[in-house]
Design a protein around this ligand. Sequence first.
Ligand code: SAM
Length: 278
Amino acid sequence: MANPLSTPGENYRCNNIEQAITQALEQARKDQQPFDPALIAALDQFHIGGLPATLAMLEIAGLDSDDLLLDVGCGLGGPARVIATQTGCRVVGVDLSADYCSAAELISKRLNLAARTQFTQANALALPFSENHFSALWAQHVTMNIEKKAALWQEFARVLNHDGKLLMYEVMLGDGNSDRIEYPMPWTRQASTSFLASADDYRESLSSCGFDISIWQDVSSEALESVSRVVEMLSQGKIKQPNLSLLLGDQYQPMMLNLAKALRENALQVVQVVAHNG
Ligand SMILES: C[S@@+](CC[C@H](N)C(=O)[O-])C[C@H]1O[C@@H](n2cnc3c(N)ncnc32)[C@H](O)[C@@H]1O
């Protein structure tokens, strides 16, 4: 399969994504009426652990139908749709990639979820919303793409209500040594555009920006299990279609191999975080 992602540093660009998604949806739908969103989870849940990881995060999130949630770095909108359907809350997704936002809108429309999930192209460091706009903010596998963590937390704090919830499921440095990480990784092709930080750095910078951390759960062993399963399915050619190779092309397999190695060697860790805007 030709790699639809070309230039390094543009890991999340994808040409003809709408056509590819339309075909993938039609293929996945088959005779299913109504359409089951789980059928495209291997594609639109773009993070370690897929749909079960989003559901696990929801279990500790404590969201309800009154919440207005911002999903920062929403990708194709899979998590946003799950949050909206499971909790009844309204979800706004933003992503730097205009391609992904269009695809997210298209999928939500097809699944009759357009009224409950909206998607806008925006940079997480300059969110196009007023102060105190959201009661909760979700960031799943996005902060390792962003260098200026303190500026990011300040922007999150600005758009969140006082005491609003920050819900994160993120990849961090395991032993603090970034030299041991090999690329490509699913979030970037090269080290120069990867901004991994240690758990201590996350904790310290979140606290100095006024966030009180109430839950901090290391889920690295679950992450390794899940990545190892994907590696095995990829090597046996048994991975469910459509999947992330639609976005990542022939780099998907080397990315997952590097990810499995880094998790196995504790060079990376995966953490669930719940914090409150102080
Ligand atoms: C690994 S994907 C995760 C997508 C989604 N959160 C999920 O779990 O399915 C990371 C996403 O973060 C987005 N992203 C990276 N840097 C960003 C930024 N500065 N502002 C907004 N989105 C960003 C990328 O475009 C990409 O869609």
